[in-house]
Design a protein around this ligand. Sequence first.
Ligand code: 0X9
Ligand code: ZN
Length: 299
Amino acid sequence: RMTFDSYHRLSDIHGFLDYLAKTYSTYCKVYVIGSSVQGRPLKVLRISNGNSGNKAVWVDGGMHAREWITPATVSYIIHHMAHNYDSESHAIRSLDWYFLPVANPDGYEYAHTTDRLWRKNRARGGYCTGTDLNRNYGYQWGGAGGGKNPCQETYAGTGPFSEPETAAIRDFLQRTSQQWRASISYHSYGQYILYPWGYDRKVPPDWSDLQKVGEEAARAMRQTTGQYYRVGGAANTLYPASGGSDDWAKGTMKMKYTYTIELRDNGRYGFVLPASYIVPTAKEALAALRVIGEAAAAS
Ligand code: 0X9
Ligand code: ZN
């Protein structure tokens, strides 16, 4: 069982995925895709009608340890989709959905037990700990915005995919489907819908499709809860930062509708968003996901 009035520990979230796979075994399945530096499992839930050759969508949260709203949001989305699968649209049910609620399990636990504002994973790097997983992906790795020093908050690691968490995601995506159409990585905070590129202030050739669907998603969010999300290229809208999961999803994996969505809020509470915001934030995040899913199904 899962509730959405508090932030849950990793074992609760993983137990919830196992419960759904057991309860809804015709369309929910759990994959352990690898493990973290400290040996915690990376658990993915697939929601699928089971047909072969479906187009696929990847959704992750919890890549940055302190962004607690993101595992909670992905859990809410999974909860909603699993319980209401039969009433989702044909397009949504025609997709294979893969959800990784906690991409950085060691960091997430560390943020609960020791340092609420921890960001990176827990790799031992000599005199400092942690690699920023969202600087560790292999497309344009090592460029602007990625740290060279292990003591930096944005340390990019010793090389592309040097971390077991990012390597496991890469390997799973590469062996699971040839039909990836969309990728949504939830982060916080700031209320943005961002698309590639993050490594440089330029945009891919199909950027106007990404802008259009992004604006449609932002509109759906506004209609759901009244919250405003700004849409644009990641480097232009936020700041240039290379080695992000989104750039790799688009650049290497060719997932057309690739977004990083920065959830609430606008800075009042920042990363320490009270748990009473989980439900409204997750509702708007689900509205955005549906719009992106419909575009992915039509692509
Ligand atoms: O800096 C990041 O990794 C993301 N922002 S956060 O505050 N959640 O850390 C933004 C990533 C946007 N995408 C790329 N720069 N590739
Ligand atoms: Zn983040």
